[in-house]
Ligand binder design. Sequence first.
Ligand code: APR
Ligand code: PHB
Length: 389
Amino acid sequence: MRTQVAIIGSGPAGLLLSHILRRNGIDSIVLERQTRAHVLERIRAGLLEAGTVALLREVGLGARMDREGHPHDGSWIAWEGRPRFLIDTKKYTGKQMTAYGQTNITEDLFAALDAAGGKIVDEAANVQLNDLTSGQPYVTYEKQGRTIRIDCDYVAGCDGSHGVSRFAIPAAMLKTYEKSYPFGWLGIMSQTPPYPDICYCYHSRGFALASQRNPMLSRYYIQCDVDAKLEDWPDDRFWQEFKARCPQEMADSIVTGPSIEKSIAPLRSFVAEPMRYGALLLAGDAAHVVPPTGAKGLNLAVSDVFYLSRALIEFYRTGNTHYLDSYSDTALRRVWSAARMSWWLTMLLHRFADETPFEEKMRLNQFDHLLTSERAAAALAEQYVGLPY
Ligand code: APR
Ligand code: PHB
């Protein structure tokens, strides 16, 4: 087979790239290791930056998002013993965030690609990237006992943090930066009316977050030990702990119900540089992972795809590789800013077991600084809503 761009991974990054390329007359084939049902079952983040919303609208994916997504003027921080603080994106940036689940975006993308004859191969096993610096790259995969080869001009590595693409870059050429945090997030989804606000809670018992997917679907998280076990967290215990970590009036208004999904995710920051090696271009979680605090993961995947699709469109229209050559640097600038914001919010809002009283005072003072300084509040709002592309 032959295509212009072979895309590895059918998460939001791979699907969105394929969709935008197709709209611009560029052929691609998406290779996904899992079944489509598996991809659609995964529960991931759900808070979109204004730039993500604008881009999705621009490429014809706005209809359902505009109907079902819930815009917010900002998100709250409820700090134990302090007044509530609004990360006021509307006031300081004129922009809103939109609650709309990654699962929905993935569904919308599959629907758009199916309708337009997009090529997505699922259950593609043993994907391998070959001859990336030869000018004649190709990928191979196995399906139903056969090995299939796809010749292409470029390979887009959109296969997430556990993918193969990144490992096709020789170790000597790749620099990775990593930080893991000594806790995870225990998250549940419940078919209950959500708490009206997106609210991050800081409490001496640990962090908690109230979020939402739609008027009858709520998403809640609590900070948990890295080695916590799901079986130790029946719903009752989760709700009790969640409520203990938020202000009384908030706890009183939370509508609880049985969880329909429950999972534990460790928190880590990871960035790989560069995001290009020969014909291989990385995008999304394949190149970087941020802790979920601040909801930047999905939004970064979208901004990577913005830069990458622009570069490929420019190349196929004019033969000019200017944007391709600068892709890694351009994307990484935005990646590092989001990495810093996610790290900062993570450090601010969680309890650390080995923390000294001095560090605790510093944390408290950082929050008080937000409460008392318009400039500090504006700086956070500007990063939280997402830096311009
Ligand atoms: N071959 C083919 N496909 C693969 C391989 C492989 N070797 N390894 C992984 N994949 C697939 C995964 O099954 C997954 O469907 O690549 C896809 C990667 O999707 P995501 O992990 O969703 O990554 P990305 O598209 O970059 O989305 C960004 O934002 O909310 C955050 O981390 C969250 O998934 C989210 C991300
Ligand atoms: C979510 O809704 O899943 C969510 C919202 C905000 C975050 C992280 C996750 O910071």
